[in-house]
Ligand binder design. Structure first.
Ligand code: ZN
Length: 322
């Protein structure tokens, strides 16, 4: 059904799945840069197609709306929401005999800006297991959202500008939506703002957000991509309160090391418990893990699951990027 060629390939359809290098036929699970390339012909959901065009230029795409099977390359292909960012999808491939569910980045908990994940059952489950260690168990989402809002309100009361560092695609829009729905206006740096316009065009209302022109505004927080602005156009923000929003916040003292005032583990990835839950729900007879730590495969085997590693383990640095 599949083989490994520097990434997952669906053999019969010769379809490369989430390859970072250009391929003749590539499925793109979502529009983060570590999951796509300028493929000759790409398959993805309509929202991912818009984001793909935005990031890499307009290219040939076959759109696969959620829950709408197509026959393609000798396979029946269906996408399901992955809950990670707008348009993110899992791919179910069936050949009449076996079924394989592929999941790139996903999250089971609700999100303010993407559809909640759905997990069909399959014989084979291939998944990214980024936070596959017991240390990565996130507190309930409502609690983390509460922390974020409190941090921002307290900073504004002190006369500071909350500067929330979040990936330009996905996390930045979710943070924006959370803040604006709690009455906090949002400034966005240009890369974030442009992607937010794509979200709006896809029908995701992000509330009161404006493009950052170099100066703070009363009652507004700033959302910027991580680490890209040092010494640049944030100089107009004289009293920043820097807030990191990432699952890696659970690493002890990591935020102080990078100069953050607060770090909140509000993630758009499944935590350790959600990874286990996903494996249980898909109920596959074999599970293949990518990107996560080696120990997650052992964890599954200890639980009696027929689990394997697919490809070489990603370095921690690689896992941190998206
Ligand atoms: Zn991602």
């Amino acid at each position: 059904m599949f083989h490994y060629d520097g990434g997952l390939k669906l053999t019969r359809a010769d379809l490369a799945v989430d390859f970072k290098r250009r391929m003749p036929r590539g499925f793109i699970s979502h529009a983060h840069n570590d999951h796509m390339a300028r493929h000759q012909y790409a398959l993805c959901t309509p929202a991912t197609a818009r984001l793909y065009h935005h990031r890499l230029g307009v290219r040939d795409v076959l759109e696969l709306p959620y829950r709408t099977p197509i026959e393609w390359g000798g396979l029946r292909l269906t996408t399901f929401p992955a809950g990670h960012c707008l348009g993110s999808a899992m791919l179910l491939a069936e050949d009449g005999d076996q079924s394989l569910l592929y999941s790139g980045d996903f999250k089971l908990a609700e999100s303010a800006t993407s559809e909640r994940a759905e997990l069909p059952k399959a014989n084979i489950f291939v998944l990214e297991s980024t936070y596959g260690q017991p240390a990565y168990r996130f507190a309930p989402r409502a609690e983390l959202v509460g922390q974020l809002i409190e941090c921002c309100r307290a900073a504004l009361t002190r006369g500071q500008t909350p500067v929330i560092e979040a990936y330009a695609l996905g996390k930045a829009q979710e943070v924006t939506k959370l803040l604006t729905s709690h009455g906090i206006g949002v400034l966005q740096t240009p890369p974030v703002y442009e992607i937010s316009l794509v979200y709006q065009a896809c029908g995701v209302d992000l509330g009161n957000f404006v493009r950052f022109e170099g100066l703070p505004r009363d009652g507004h927080a700033l959302v910027a991509p991580p680490g890209r602005h040092r010494g640049s156009n944030l100089q107009g923000i004289r009293r920043p309160c820097r807030i990191a929003v990432t699952g890696w916040s659970l690493d002890s003292n990591s935020h102080r090391r990078y100069g953050f005032d607060h770090a909140i583990p509000l993630s758009d990835h499944a935590d350790f418990n959600e990874l286990l839950e996903a494996v249980e729900r898909v109920d596959a007879r074999e599970v293949h893990c990518t990107h996560g730590p080696e120990s997650f495969v052992d964890e599954l085997r200890n639980r009696g699951i027929n689990a394997y590693r697919l490809g070489v383990p990603a370095s921690r640095r690689e896992r941190m990027l998206f």
